[in-house]
Design a protein. Structure first.
Length: 98
């Protein structure tokens, strides 16, 4: 039996209550395997997920739905030294990361 995290969708519902992802360029810090990414990515214009764990990023890339390939990308990076130019993103998400 596969363990499902948050099958009721509470995380996504609360996250969407705090931020409007519609048409936004989103940076997700600590995206891990993309578990949360998939819950909001379809409404965003673009999502870039970063994490320091290469294996988690590999899983996120493999599990990315085909219809999100042009929206969601992943990069190995940490939040201290972001490899992006200023004003690349409209919104940043940091959830369940430490």
């Amino acid at each position: 039996m596969t363990l499902q995290k948050d099958p009721e969708g509470n995380e996504a519902r609360h996250l969407k209550g705090f931020a409007d992802f519609g048409g936004r360029r989103v940076l997700e810090i600590g995206c891990g395997d993309g578990r949360l990414t998939w819950r909001y990515a379809a409404s965003a214009a673009r999502v870039t997920g970063i994490d320091v764990d290469r294996d988690s990023l590999r899983i996120a890339t493999i599990e990315r739905a085909a219809d999100l390939e042009h929206i969601a990308t992943f990069a190995q990076a940490d939040s201290v030294h972001l490899p992006f130019r200023k004003e690349t993103f409209d919104l940043a998400v940091l959830a369940w990361s430490f």
